[in-house]
Design a protein around this ligand. Sequence first.
Ligand code: ADP
Ligand code: MG
Length: 636
Amino acid sequence: MSKKEFQAESKRLLDLMIHSIYTNREIFLRELISNASDALDKRAYRALTGGEPGLNRNELEIRILPDREARTLTVSDNGVGMDAQALEENLGVIAKSGSLQFKKSMADQENKPEEIDIIGQFGVGFYSAFMVSDTVTVRSRACGSDTAWEWVSSGAEGYEIRECSKDSVGTEIIMQLKLDTEEENYSRFLEEYTLRRLVKKYSDYIRYPINMDVEKRRPVKTAEDSEDKAPEFETYIENETLNDRIPIWHKQKSEVSDEDYNQFYKEKFSDYDNPLKTIHVSTEGVVSYEALLFVPSRTPYDYYTKDYEKGLQLYSSGVLIMDRCAELLPEHFRFVRGVVDSQDLSLNISREMLQQNRQVQVIAGNIEKKIKRELLKMLENERESYETFFKNFGLQLKYGVAGEFGAHKDDLKDLLLFYSSTEQKMVSLAEYASRMKEDQKFVYYACADTIIKADRLPQTETVKAKGYEILYLTDEVDDFVMQILHELDGKEIKSVSSDDIADEEERKTAEEQTKEHKELLDFVKDSLNGKVKEVRFSEKLKTHPVFLSSDGAISLEMEKYFAQANPEGGMKAEHILELNASHPVLALLKEAFASDKERASQLSELLYQLALLIAGFPIEDPTAYADLVCALLAGK
Ligand code: ADP
Ligand code: MG
């Protein structure tokens, strides 16, 4: 068979593997063992679900075979194996799971010299064998087939696939190790000591035995054994299982170190950072299960895209039955990664059946409660970690509150953090509530796109002057979240722009002033040509001249949100222009209204434009705005 080329991306990745001065070459063993374990999972699953009767699960194994003379290291398994087509599809192309991430990150890193580092960041899989080998040979026989196939490649030039003979089902990866150089001692991958260490370090929890023939010594028993003669030794070969085999989630918490959990997480979920939080649950009850859950310490790059798939790995008594079981996690905790293992689940459970499955529902319910409890604990005891968590996934929690018409708001509200005007840091709603003043009627918040802008809003000033704490909200969804939450400890949650937050006295005064100057205010409204629904004097202003509020179901924040979604014609709020009766600019307006209607109309337009700016809207026609300001300055 003639030589075939690798796909372009595969070729680049291979080049990286072969030529990199990467120091962490040893991970190749972890990758090959992990692939072997996957292949064994698939074969075990087939056997258990009737696809391959008669297979004894206890015979499934991974073998490591160093051959010092031939300078080869072989990793073999008796898993499902691959036929010619699978070899072609899986090893000729990078398109599969873990490798997909790598592909994307290669694209992101295009032309950057640090690209070498990304090798360590992802499960790069099979190709990592080329970090230590000149030639890699894969010999495989697929489950249910009599023919075996051999895939051979010496790197970037391409690969060949040909028929070969192989007695049993499974796969052998034979690596012809590179020659030692000054920088790297490849021979160490043939040493028993190194191989033991690497299996312990990266693959200890793998549930199948990782076996290796090791040389041992024993004293030779001779007939004339005597005290004064030194004993003679002989060497013999014994099969030894190098790994512990107990899945980490089956172990007692006290037996597992943080380092073990972290290693497991990084290997399993292809993350290069330790998890921020690890949750290990073991429950016996109506449904017994073990779960090992992790909160990542970073937001995955694709987290807020549709590519991100939520879900936990689902095992039934140690046999993997589903890689991402979405039914085990509510939407608002979709950032959690982990595994669930239950002896009460049928192996034959299908995706369609999951939603109705009572056991799955019970487990999902428990897990949700557990995650919430752990997050609350973190909020209480590890504030800094919690704030990191919230920075990464707080938005998800807010969507959770706002979504499904607030169905989950009571579950989630205690987990929210917002920036506080008085504390000048992130605070929880409970903390806000604990500081509320006796006479305080409402819980206040102000929306803007930054904290500084929220703090500078004219409406904010009045509430601040009264000594009340204000929550500054900068996410688009925040306004909506507050409307859904509606109240806190019996006090209504109100925007500082709301009409009804002022005290009676002040409002009466403002209303009287509005009545008194009806003619002037009507004039301003008419000048604005239908752009505002109402113009009035406001009790909410102290030193600033204007601000914009809204009436009706659509708030200003919603208008911004709709404008983003549909710049041409999103739904608009009904604008109300609120003026400060005691601001000097009002005197100018009154004067112009009496003597120069043209100028009064220009001033009206200017005040409206300023109100829009402060509210965070862009100026629709910057040229017209500039002309207007200049005309006013020039007194024309
Ligand atoms: P990943 O494991 O993330 O899918 P890899 O590059 O490690 O990516 O492996 C690519 C694919 O090659 C695997 O998905 C699997 O289908 C196949 N494969 C690799 N090693 C084996 C093996 N030992 N037995 C069966 N299939 C394998
Ligand atoms: Mg892999």
